[in-house]
Design a binder for this molecule. Structure first.
Ligand SMILES: [Zn+2]
Length: 372
């Protein structure tokens, strides 16, 4: 049996390191702290760095492919100094990152330390990165693509919901910049020029007609937001250049192919993909997900399934066709002041996660003792 209080104490210590995504010195400090904390017999630790973002992977054997990979991020969005003072009020722990996601990270670290004490350890890894809030390219994406990590299943407790909810869908993202060029002329004689803003507006209108988007929170499909537009220098001038940025979110990978096809057709190739991310679309009947749901039920939890508009590091596993269990702890005020997590959830998640891993993940085959 694990003692819930250890994850609470560890969460507080993690909150007190102000590991803002933009502060590489503090990101290094928090990774060093975690490495030292995980430095116990039985645990292998590999450290990485990409573009100054440190990350680490802990396993019970010398492998880049544990059967199950737990995934978390140690970075937080920026906050005032006092938000990094962890404190308890009634049943909640407050502080930047309490809910997103230092509480869940602390639980996974404690789970690793407790599993390390077992004579037979499950084939589990813990991947901790420091750039999730900036998109995850130098964290999870780097570790999967450049360092060759993989697993049969990943667990990412970074959702907006609580322990009782398994997120099956997260939207994919496609951000594009569309440009139009024209011919400058004086505003009094527009017929001598070619207006780039007019061309851009025509393309945008045509795209809106060609792509069917959802209009309310109840629908699950494509959304398109025109977030930025630029063009023109003076009111009496025909602009010769204009550009706009679209933020497109979608539910299934076919939808992104469809949107890209239309963008390409309408702009005649005059566009750039600025950012993209794969959608998560899990099969509720996947055996790992079913077993996880069963474990929740065993602990008296009525399981709910949900979708999230926003993305997470799960996108990188989805891109590799690796199923992901996305869940979370009960929390509030994410990315704003007075962020909190429910203390009781730390202990409960630790017990559930430990038992799930011990009962469902195959044991490691050790040729030599690890971490000695
Ligand atoms: Zn997060």
């Amino acid at each position: 049996m694990t003692e819930p209080s250890s994850a609470l104490a560890l969460t507080k210590r993690l909150i007190e390191i102000p590991s803002e995504s933009t502060n590489k010195a503090e990101l290094r400090r928090i990774v060093d702290f975690v490495r030292n904390y995980l430095d116990v017999p039985g645990i292998y630790i590999q450290e990485y760095e990409s573009d100054g973002f440190p990350s680490l992977v802990a396993t019970f054997e010398d492998t880049k492919s544990p059967q199950c990979m737990m995934v978390g991020h140690l970075d937080v969005v920026s906050a005032d100094k006092e938000e990094f003072e962890a404190h308890v009020i009634e049943n909640r722990l407050y502080g930047r990152g309490a809910g997103d996601m230092k509480g869940a990270v602390a639980v996974m670290i404690e789970v690793m330390r407790h599993l390390a004490l077992r004579p037979e350890k499950p084939s589990v890894g813990l991947m901790l990165t420091t750039d999730e809030e900036l998109g995850g390219l130098h964290g999870v994406h780097y570790l999967l693509e450049k360092e060759g990590y993989s697993s049969e299943i990943a667990i990412i407790p970074d959702s907006h919901d609580g322990i009782d909810t398994i997120i099956l869908n997260q939207k994919g993202i496609l951000q594009v910049k569309i440009e139009a060029d024209g011919l400058a002329a004086h505003g009094s004689r527009p017929f001598l020029g070619e207006n780039a803003i007019d061309k851009l507006m025509d393309m945008y209108g045509e795209l809106r007609g060609a792509v069917k988007t959802v209009k309310s929170a109840d629908e699950w499909g494509i959304t398109m937001n025109l977030g930025r537009i630029r063009g023109g220098l003076a009111v009496n001038q025909v602009p010769d250049h204009a550009e706009l940025h679209l933020d497109i979110r979608y539910a299934k990978s076919e939808e992104s192919e469809h949107v890209l096809h239309e963008v390409k057709r309408i702009t005649k190739g005059q566009f750039d993909v600025v950012a993209e991310g794969y959608p998560v679309d899990e099969d509720r009947n996947n055996e790992w997900i079913v077993k996880y749901a069963n474990m929740l039920e065993k602990h008296g939890i009525e399981v709910k399934y949900d979708k999230e508009e926003g993305g997470s590091d799960a996108r990188f596993f989805a891109e590799k066709q690796i199923p992901v269990i996305i869940t979370g702890l009960q929390k509030g005020n994410i990315h704003s002041d007075k962020e909190w997590v429910v203390i009781e959830d730390l202990g409960q998640f630790q017990v559930i996660l430990s038992q799930y891993l011990v009962e469902n993940v195959k044991p490691v085959t050790l040729s030599q003792p690890a971490g000695v």
